[in-house]
Ligand binder design. Sequence first.
Ligand code: UTP
Length: 408
Amino acid sequence: MNYNEALEKLSKCGQEHALKYYDELSDSEKLELLAQIEATDFSVTLTCQNGKEESKKGEISPLAAMQLDEIESRRDEFKTAGVEAIKAGKVGAVLLAGGMGTRLGSDNPKGMYNIGITKDVYIFERIISNLLDVVRETSTWIHLFIMTSDKNHEATTKFFDEKNYFGYNKEYITFFMQEMAPATDYNGKVYMEEKGKIATSPNGNGGWFISMAKWGVLDIIKKAGIEWLNIFAVDNVLQRIADPVFVGATIINNAAVGSKVVRKAARDEKVGVMCLEDGRPSIVEYYELTDELMDAKDANGDPAYNFGVILNYLFRVADLEEIMNKNMPLHIVEKKIPYIDENANLVKPESPNGYKFETLVLDMIHLLDSCLPFEVVRNREFAPIKNKTGVDSVETARELLKENGVEL
Ligand code: UTP
């Protein structure tokens, strides 16, 4: 792409200022900026220039979760089916680690965060250790795919290498990168992070399967005969991955996706809850949950929307392939975005200063025909680290880890 082509592309979305410093750049910087402009989809910025449009929810009705008592009474049956699938190599795991973890406020990838007290305990280490439990239990190495982004790929892969993959068999670990999206101010104008570089941000966790396809990772999945992918967030240090009981329950129920859920701690807790939307599985976000829905009761008189998602899903690969090219809603999220000011000085804002554009994995659920919400014991499987202190923080996760006998 040459300068004029770049200018034309930018002007269609009102982003010509991205070339403001072009004449000051070295030849190689010029080429890099032109290549970035060529590769970037600026149309997302029009969404917010045209006003923030929230997509309207359809009609919400309850979706029953499989609860602990049923799981307990059928544990052996589920476990046998799950172990069998894992041993047959049909289950893979996908760690979503492309996020920026801005709320935690560390410059390193979130998984490199050390939550130890008397010794080093990294978030990545906790995750690998949890997965190793199942590897030992089933005497089978489980393929682990790790999604990174342009912002943290190098640091993440180097860290795993340095730490010798925390004892995991590296033959079974594959990294792939997600796409980036431009980041803008509140008027939808892209920020520059350097004179020759547009500020970008990972495009959300909803594009993970398409990114796997783009990176050729689907070939590995096909070759290995993987039929189920357990995707999970980087920040829940207690979660069970490729949990045989969950795998077995999802397979036996012939669900397109299984979703681990926890019973809500309060009627207005800030978690997305499982539901049906226009008769299809879906997740209603806490800010979309009206008083009426919060107080609704199911046939047993229990709260009808009482099970929150924890970003741990088991997807059937065949169904993912069917939905992979379907449109997903774009979410506009307020974030702290480093940028250069009018004097070209780098500013790292303390509070949100603009928008990034994301698709979310939870929106994939609504594209599928069936979903099994599967209850897990909250204090045993849910210790998210979003913040340094307070709610869902390093502090709360440490307490939960100790409660579960993990030495820190
Ligand atoms: P979060 O919603 O917590 O987002 O991600 P985040 O961007 O990492 O953190 P904040 O909001 O800036 O503090 C939930 C999971 O999805 C992954 C994250 O790494 C985490 O495992 N994620 C998020 C991606 O893989 N890519 C993204 O673009 C966004």
